[in-house]
Design a protein around this ligand. Structure first.
Ligand SMILES: [Zn+2]
Length: 95
């Protein structure tokens, strides 16, 4: 299963990289993944739970550390190492 909602949102709203506070996709365990897009203090989250395979697309307030709870099994999905990745992404933008 692919995560497409955030990609569609970016396309529809013509979101540019500099509009985003944060944008990432991570693998979770063997089958799970999470995608996060942060704009104006609001986080758009799409995930596939690594524990039960549940898919959800939601919006929530952006805060660190960022945690999303699976609405089916209650698994806590963490998006870690924000600072490091933001630095890395900025470096990549300059190149
Ligand atoms: Zn779950």
């Amino acid at each position: 299963m692919e995560l497409t909602k955030i990609r569609e949102y970016i396309k529809k709203n013509n979101i540019q990289p500099y509009d985003c506070t944060y944008h990432t996709q991570r693998k979770l365990g063997k089958d799970g993944k999470v995608k996060v897009l942060v704009i104006n203090g609001e986080a758009l989250v799409e995930y596939i739970c690594p524990n039960c395979g549940n898919y959800e697309y939601l919006k929530k307030e952006w805060r660190k550390p960022f945690l999303v709870k699976c609405n089916k099994c209650g698994e806590m999905i963490k998006v870690q190492k924000m600072k490091y990745l933001i630095k890395k992404e900025r470096k990549m933008e300059k190149v």
